[in-house]
Design a binder for this molecule. Sequence first.
Ligand code: F6P
Length: 544
Amino acid sequence: MTATKTVPLTDRAAWKGLAANAEQIRGKHMRELFQSDPGRGERLTLEAEGLFLDYSKNRVTDETLKLLIALAEESGLKARTEAMFTGEKINITENRAVLHTALRAPKDATIVVDGENVVPAVHEVLDKMAGFADKIRSGEWKGHTGKRIKNVVNIGIGGSDLGPVMAYEALKHYSQRDLTFRFVSNVDGTDFAEAVVDLDPEETLFLVASKTFTTQETMTNAHTARDWSLAKLGDEKAVAKHFVAISTNAKEVAKFGIDTANMFGFWDWVGGRYSMDSAIGLSTMIAIGPKNFGEMLAGFHAMDVHFRTAPIEKNMPALLGLLTVWYTEFFDAQTQAVLPYEQYLKRFPAYLQQLTMESNGKHVTLDGATVNYQTGAIYWGEPGTNGQHSFYQLIHQGTRLIPCDFIAFIKSLNPLGRHHDMLLANVFAQAEALAFGKTAEQVKAEGTPDWLVPHRVFEGNRPSNVILVDELTPAVLGKLVALYEHAVFTQGVVWDIDSFDQWGVELGKVLATKILGELESKDEPKLAHDSSTTNLINRYRSGK
Ligand code: F6P
């Protein structure tokens, strides 16, 4: 697929309508919106696949929502969605299909890429992963010296790490507790050293996860892991029992010395940041078992079907994506906070950072024209209630507008006394405080001295979504991840950018390779950098 000319975003009728609408909304407080429309809190909600979204506490009117939906229509959201789901090469700069949705398609689905139905191959890999995961879980797979594998260490970075760590943490409740899982990503030797400090190589399996199998950090860590293993196990043959590869690059896997029989494959139409449900999820499957993994995939698929089929006004990912566009473009919002009130989701914001920012941090349209609007919001967050005692002050009383997504569950996986009621009371309270605040009159009426009143006023009018779900299960995790994947897609369609490439990571990689040679050179290197970089290199060389 090549870029098709679309009407520039800022020339679209709905954009102009939204710009005018924003001027009206700017002067309106959410207090007014709620007072004049008592049904708002029930009306501006949506239920999809067991996820309940309350989006009533946003700075929007029915007119805004209508215009946002029109903007999605004018941007061709439905056609672009079909193009993605049917394997068109919508990642135009890499000439690739974008088919993470095929990874969770049921066995009998047909999705054709380059004349071939990819679904059977997806299920073949899933079956192979299940066979392997069962052998590790049952203890049937033995290490080189005959000991049972007790530790699984995933080595990968970016999409080959963030998804696996996040899913492991999110689904720990469902994991096999006599297995230890560790994740090594950073090229900083401390990451590896600390991950294995208390592990026995005889009982340790490494999953080397890398789509390309050329990523410097991962390959360095994988070689270090090999040395660490062989230092105790002695024999090269041990690699076959202690290393498996997850990659699209069989040639490089073989070069590393891993038998390709111990390789779990995927395809170039799976982006790194969209790969946690491919073979990259092997650590997740070993942790929670093939059945739970299957349920997670079914959750992803359910949200895929919802996104593909629901009309935009009832489409949860589309609405979430459009609301972020609204604040980014018309309210100067630069960031989007994601605040899970669920300890198991502690790595979810970190996972979303790559998904959202590597996808939509782009400055040119599909045609290569420089955009004259903002793209890619900065996603960040921490689990509640911890964030409340740290950065919420700025969200409540600072000068920036920070839309928040609160994620909470009705049932706790660890019900303990009053903990869960307290946790949920806090989510609801935060969303309420952000929206409605506290006026100077209210503060005064509490007996606050005049000079202190301004400090204690909460302006309110700060937007948030609340996503409320029954309980965190593997299927729900799949739905939540797919929800954000498709919200990001929706934003990318409106912004008319390629959400599936990542050229912005290249320059730093190239320069680092060059500088590495200069840092390691025995002879005084001839440096041809700017004065700052040269000075830093020299300082390091003389100090190391
Ligand atoms: O540098 C960015 C990136 O290419 C990500 O997109 C990707 O998830 C990560 O590196 C790791 O890549 P690989 O799985 O090929 O090692």
